[in-house]
Design a protein around this ligand. Structure first.
Ligand SMILES: CC(C)(COP(=O)(O)OP(=O)(O)OC[C@H]1O[C@@H](n2cnc3c(N)ncnc32)[C@H](O)[C@@H]1OP(=O)(O)O)[C@@H](O)C(=O)NCCC(=O)NCCS
Length: 184
């Protein structure tokens, strides 16, 4: 099957993936949009902050995106309500899930793979009836990410201020998701 047709699947990340994640988080195309040079993590920091059982205590679920047997990206979802540290302080709906993601390989950008990855994550999250809305918050100048999320079905709402700085608040409600699905 050509790579453009191979489905992108998601598997839960395990602690065995952390050295690979450390490598990815130090690649320039990811550093640029994942906290910048100041946030370039050491292996020890990745082992501390991305350990799945630690992330679970903060209601964050990490996944590795796969194309056949090849790991191609990192994805995380989180429960927005009660995120803490001034994140999503106005949220009252326990059904809102946030998502963050990146592709591991710079030579795979801009080929529609990110759109397929985000769609796979959105499908997975909405398969849980408790999920009402999916949100994400790219930097306003990350035009590639914004366009990718639009292609995946999310819509731009407004520019917000997050603890990480300005961001474009983008969402897909369950109603919009089901309408889009029934149209295909
Ligand atoms: C963001 C990311 C997941 C998107 O995945 P991707 O496979 O590159 O994106 P896609 O190919 O599915 O879609 C990209 C779209 O943006 C467009 N695009 C690319 N660069 C652009 C730019 N500078 N301005 C406007 N649109 C741009 C592409 O043309 C494409 O749209 P089109 O198909 O309608 O023409 C991936 O680029 C990535 O991992 N980037 C590095 C880390 C990152 O930014 N993570 C997101 C943090 S919020």
């Amino acid at each position: 099957m050509p790579a453009s047709k191979t489905p992108v699947t998601l598997r839960l990340m395990t602690e065995h993936d952390l050295p690979m994640l450390h490598d990815w988080l130090n690649r320039p195309h990811i550093v640029e949009w994942w906290g910048g040079e100041a946030e370039r993590p050491s292996l020890a920091e990745v082992m501390e902050h991305y350990l799945p059982r630690v992330m679970a205590t903060e209601f964050v679920t990490p996944y590795i995106a796969m194309l056949d047997d090849e790991p191609i990206g990192y994805v995380q979802s989180y429960v927005a309500l009660g995120s803490g540290d001034s994140w999503w302080a106005d949220e009252t709906d326990p059904g809102v899930r946030g998502i963050d993601q990146f592709l591991a390989n710079s030579n795979q950008l801009n080929q529609g793979l990110g759109t397929r990855l985000v769609k796979a994550l959105v499908d997975r999250l909405f398969s849980d009836r408790a999920v009402s809305k999916i949100q994400t918050d790219p930097a306003p100048n990350n035009h590639r990410a914004i366009r990718c999320y639009e292609r995946a079905g999310l819509t731009q709402q407004k520019v917000i201020t997050t603890p990480d700085g300005p961001a474009v608040y983008m969402v897909q409600t369950r109603a919009a998701y089901e309408t889009a699905r029934s149209a295909t």
